[in-house]
Design a binder for this molecule. Sequence first.
Ligand code: SF4
Length: 440
Amino acid sequence: MSDSLRGRRFHIRTFGCQMNENDSERIAGILAAAGAVPAAGEEDADIVILNTCAVRAKPVEKMASALGRLGRLKSGGRKVLIGVAGCVAQIEADALPARRPGVDFVAGPGAYPRLPKILARALDAPVVDTGRVPDWQEVPPSILARHSPVSAYVTIMEGCDNFCSYCIVPMARGREKSRPLVSIRAEVDGLIRAGAKEIQFLGQNVNSYRDPASGADFAALLTEMGRRPGPEWIRFVTSHPKDFGQPLIAAMASSPRICRQIHLPLQSGSSTVLARMNRGYTRAVYLDLVGRLRTRLPELCLSTDIIVGFPGETEAEFRETLSALEEIRFAAIFSFRYSPRPGTTAARMPDDVPLEIKRSRLIEAQALQKRLQTEFHRGLVGRTLRVLATGPAKKDPTAFSGRTEGGQIVNFRAGTDVTGSFLDVEITAAGPYSLRGQPV
Ligand code: SF4
């Protein structure tokens, strides 16, 4: 490790999903192990890293505006190293330093273990490192700078072999790489000793997991984790519907500690759009899976991702997405307007749904979901739910906030600091996006 980092202050901004957040925890851990220290904020930092997801246009736009601001700081005389990490770094590596003169280093996801050396070299000249290795690269979990002592991410695989036509992940993260099961066990054991109450297994496609040594699949991993002594709640994200077989459903049912919650991206309710997206399932197959899941796991909360305005999406195809939302009644959705990502198959299709129509479809889908979610939440009023308190409530620091097993946010009052505790909370009121309750 390089001595040039000793005492230098770093700040990481993360734009994207939990995988990116966990990557930021890794980056922070690697820099801290090399002697750098976290800065109070961007203004106070010697090194600023923008860790950005490239899956959607929005985080990329946010990163571009942050780079503009940082670049102005630098031209005003501030001595600061500015770097880009994450999927954007991988995809746009060569363009970034040239397009943005303020960028000092670009590090793709495979380059994180080399960051101390990259930073030392970047003091002299811009560095681009997007080298990849075909196998899993272990970062010792003990150095991870975790975002929460209560709820911990455990990455079990990365990359994707699915090549959905709109998605940049296989290009940005490479082919699927699974983490050895022995390393996962060791990290989970360490988290138990540290008092974590909840772990979340992460991967672009967790249910493609296969232990490189034994070939054990994700159902086997989950069954084992559900049986071992461990955190009270176990979650996982993201699952691909086409890989959600009966053994995985049985694994979930085998332990009450595996949360009855699945994020299961649907993307579109139209089989013809799904075929153009190369998703590998039809509407009927997805609905059949939902039916089997709900039969075996009656309390299951499902959430999903929806894209509107995919190339060629007709009004009738969009209506099929709305009818799927009505039929499935998800507990939450993440919905987006389609935007072409460079290098994907869909980027070569005509982006022919006008922006105004994309916008109005998104508004309509979100309004429908808001109604469905409000109805679902109102049905929870009067019930007592187990809640893991995560900390002070966002809008009212005198109250606390937590999540149910199904992932719903619950705000409540408590006489003492209950962060990190499980509580039984009676739900007293419901809005579309959160619940209010009273500990019992
Ligand atoms: S499954 Fe499809 S959407 Fe998900 S990461 Fe892989 S290519 Fe992207």
